[in-house]
Write a protein that binds this ligand. Structure first.
Ligand code: ADP
Ligand code: MG
Length: 286
């Protein structure tokens, strides 16, 4: 199998943090990991086991001490900071425990942010697509609210809509339910389930919460920087959510993305997005 069949591939990745010249922590030790398109991979482990270090390396927020990192078949290990920043913006969506929304922007403007930064979208296109993404996460009535006017659960939904803004290859989630109450947490998990199973979004989720593992298609255990075993889990059903409406909102967002790409010179993804739209329209039409 070539590298292109994997969204993420880590080969012998190690990460050593130096506390002082002679004192260090081996946060990751010889990690080999391949993630296929369409998977939801859960990284389970206690605090300090290396989950965040692993996600940061997969998301190119940090570099390994040893080993190679391939994303979408491209070796990104030695990319310059500038190249990495661009690759990261287009390829990776991020969701953190603490939401990381921009406080002086509304929910809608937070979701628009990556689209504006990409240079692919003009303001009106970014706004139109952001509205569909807020509809997808069921936050349309809160579009003009600022983060501090929203509950934790709502802020995390805005962050998820933002993570989806540029149709990333995969979304990284570091303890996404860590700061949420149980009801908000189960709403987020239901949405993750729909995004993956109906829409096909690839996600990599670090958690120490066994409930979160129920949305995964594969669970990896991490201890002391080593990945030990993988297992398949029984997945929860998609119940109580209107999957069709959510997929429809997502497709409308993709159509705007298609317009944006066609009118820009960065039109390389047009074919892939057209195919995705027709595949999803088949689901919503029957
Ligand atoms: P987890 O996310 O599972 O709690 P981390 O990846 O944050 O684990 O940390 C793994 C290990 O690496 C821990 O021992 C932690 O103290 C250490 N570590 C993480 N980041 C740094 C850093 N920037 N400098 C030094 N040590 C670090
Ligand atoms: Mg962590």
């Amino acid at each position: 199998m070539s590298n292109d069949d994997f969204v993420v591939r880590l080969v012998n990745v190690s990460k050593r943090y130096y506390i002082s010249e002679s004192v260090y922590v081996d946060a990751l030790i010889n990690v080999n990991l391949s993630i296929h398109r369409g998977e939801v991979v859960i990284i389970m482990g206690p605090s300090g086991s290396g989950k965040s270090t692993l996600l940061n390396i997969i998301g190119m927020l940090d570099r390994p001490t040893n080993g190679r990192v391939y994303l979408d078949g491209v070796d990104v290990t030695d990319m310059s900071e500038g190249e990495l920043a661009k690759f990261r913006l287009f390829k990776v969506g991020f969701l953190f425990q603490q939401y990381n929304l921009i406080q002086n922007l509304t929910a809608l403007e937070n979701v628009m942010m990556p689209m504006i930064m990409s240079g692919l979208y003009d303001r009106s296109m970014a706004e139109a697509k952001a509205r569909y993404l807020l509809e997808l996460v069921r936050l349309t009535p809160y579009a003009t609210y600022f983060p501090n006017q929203l509950s934790g659960g709502q802020q995390q939904m805005v962050a998820l809509a933002r993570a989806l803004a540029l149709n990333p290859s995969f979304i990284i989630m570091d303890e996404p339910t860590g700061a949420l109450d149980p009801v908000s947490a189960s709403r987020l998990l239901a949405l993750i389930n729909v995004l993956n199973r109906a829409i096909g979004v690839t996600m990599i989720i670090a958690t120490h919460n066994p409930d979160v593992a129920q949305v995964g298609s594969r669970v990896l255990n991490i201890r002391g920087g080593r990945i030990y075993e993988s297992g398949v889990v029984e997945r929860i059903n998609i119940g109580g959510v209107n999957v069709k409406d959510m997929v429809k909102a997502y497709v409308e967002g993709l159509k705007i993305d298609l317009l944006a790409r066609k009118s820009s010179r960065l039109a390389d993804d047009v074919h892939r997005i057209e195919q995705e739209i027709s595949r999803l329209e088949e689901i919503t039409n029957d």
